[in-house]
Design a protein around this ligand. Structure first.
Ligand SMILES: NC(=O)NCCC(=O)O
Ligand SMILES: [Zn+2]
Ligand SMILES: [Zn+2]
Length: 483
């Protein structure tokens, strides 16, 4: 047993002073002054907040992508996560061209055996066929995956067209699953890339110029409207700009079930980085969508404050400088992706809670509770309650941590947040009832994490489909043919 003594318990809707008792991987009791049964390990949480461990629903660990394999695998990615207060990741299972979803799932289960914290998968739909239609049902019913990812970008590789989106969203609606979308107009990006290269722009700045906010705003609108026509809710990953946020906010104001996920990178890092004279510096920051200017960052923060954006993730897809150099001659070949798993929670606390943009309860909402509800694993995850998984972070709001690549757990040789000074960090992370990280020391081992199945037909899905059925066009019943 573990007793967390003297802290303030913070859930997304309420905070109160309580000790927390953990037993057998679950949270079993709360109270103002709990006794420690014999043999109990006591954690002093005086002056600290005791919160649900973070859930990062957007990672790419050991992903074969753009001619390389992302450098953080399930072991190092999840160890970094735990050191930063995140206790569950959801990674994207992406079938190779022509590979069945079932085979891809087996590959991901093999790769993820090394995970040090709990994990789940989203399944990517990269083409449409009878086989895909059939396999989606197995993925939901047998593998416990209730989310399907669609790329509107990466033309010639992962991109799907509107017809495929429509078919897949409709299938998701039927199966009680939620479609996720990478929303950038891949056709337009490809044309802009060609013209920038023809004009002689080969460096990483070309990556940003080929993916302006309009490319994302257009695709976000399109995905949202296609989802509405199929009767499905939809979740837009890595929402990076005002145009995309406004599309989501507008749809929500119209009663549509749409969710938006800004990344910590897009909240904090500027488009200016791509103008840096150092090729390596700029290339290390190449990701899709690219970083934006302050106007967009302010819009994303406002979305988190007002509730029109619900989740902060990382899209952790880390490549070394050497891997980035695959694109030295042509920015299209720079592997897309950045890291952030270890840093998301301290950075968001510092820039969000310490600035007054977010309350500590809203911090819990956007780092765990909201996504747990969207993924239909709440309150097992995303809440401190009796019977919930003991995935807990003891958070010291006065702890100082300056981010340096030389101290990080990630396997890459730099950190896009290098030098950021954080105030607020985990002192202890419990994962599945065990101390995974304490006072700077990582205790979790590879393989400690468990695969988390997620049932379909979340309350959100049920409400949405009930409403859609009630408001669907109905045939007019007529007594006979009128001559
Ligand atoms: N985001 C990014 O640049 N890399 C990972 C793949 C994706 O999410 O698009
Ligand atoms: Zn993406
Ligand atoms: Zn991604």
């Amino acid at each position: 047993m573990i007793l967390i003594r003297g802290g303030t318990v913070v859930n997304h809707d309420h905070s109160w002073r309580a000790d927390v008792l953990v037993d057998g991987g679950k949270t079993v009791a709360f109270g103002p002054a709990l006794d420690a049964p014999a043999g109990t390990e006591v954690i002093d949480a005086g002056g600290c907040y005791v919160m649900p461990g973070g859930i990062d629903p957007h990672t790419h660990l050991e992903l074969a992508f753009m001619g390389s394999v992302s450098a953080d695998d399930f072991e190092w990615g999840t160890k970094g996560a735990l050191a930063g207060g995140t206790t569950m990741v959801v990674d994207f299972c992406i079938p190779d061209p022509g590979q069945s979803m079932l085979a891809a799932y087996q590959d991901w289960r093999r790769k993820s055996e090394k995970a040090a914290c709990d994990y789940g998968f989203h399944m990517a739909v990269t083409s449409w066929s009878k086989q895909v239609f059939d396999e989606m049902e197995i993925v939901v019913k047998t593998y416990g995956i209730n989310t399907f990812k669609h790329f509107m970008a990466y033309k010639g590789a992962l991109m799907v067209n509107d017809d495929e989106l429509y078919n897949s969203f409709a299938r998701c609606a039927h199966l009680g699953a939620l479609p996720l979308v990478h929303a950038e107009n891949g056709d337009v990006v490809a044309r802009m890339q060609e013209s920038l290269l023809e004009s002689g722009m080969t460096g990483p700045e070309g990556h940003a110029h080929s993916r302006p906010p309009l490319v994302e705003g257009e695709a976000t609108n399109r995905a949202i409207m296609i989802a509405d026509m199929t009767g499905s809710p939809v979740y837009i990953v890595h929402t990076s700009c005002r145009e995309a946020h406004e599309a989501i906010a507008r749809a929500r104001a119209n009663g549509q079930r749409v969710f938006g996920e800004p990344l910590i990178q897009h909240l904090l890092l500027d488009a200016d980085e791509y103008q840096n004279k150092s090729w390596d510096h700029a290339a290390r920051r190449v990701m899709s969508p690219p970083f934006r200017d302050k106007r967009h960052q302010e819009s994303l923060w406002a979305g988190l404050q007002s509730g029109s954006l619900q989740v902060v993730a990382t899209d952790h897809c880390a490549f070394t400088t050497e891997q980035k150099r695959l694109g030295l001659e042509d920015f299209r070949k720079i592997p897309n992706g950045t890291g952030g798993l270890e840093d998301r929670m301290p950075l968001l606390w510092t820039a969000g809670v310490n600035s007054g943009r977010l309350t500590k309860e809203e911090f819990v909402a956007v780092t765990s509770a909201n996504i747990a509800r969207i993924l239909n694993i709440y309150p097992r995850k995303g809440r401190l309650a009796i019977g919930s998984d003991a995935d807990i972070v003891v958070w010291d709001p006065s702890a100082n941590k300056t981010i340096h690549a030389k101290n990080q757990i990630s396997r890459i040789d730099y950190n896009v947040f290098e030098g950021f000074a954080c105030v607020g960090a985990p002192v202890v992370t419990l994962s599945g009832g065990r101390i995974a990280f304490a006072k700077g020391e990582l205790r979790a081992e590879q393989g400690d994490g468990k695969y988390v199945e997620r049932p379909p037909f979340s309350p959100i899905h049920v409400a949405n489909s009930t409403w859609k059925q009630a408001t669907a066009p109905k045939a007019v019943s007529r007594a006979g043919i009128t001559p």
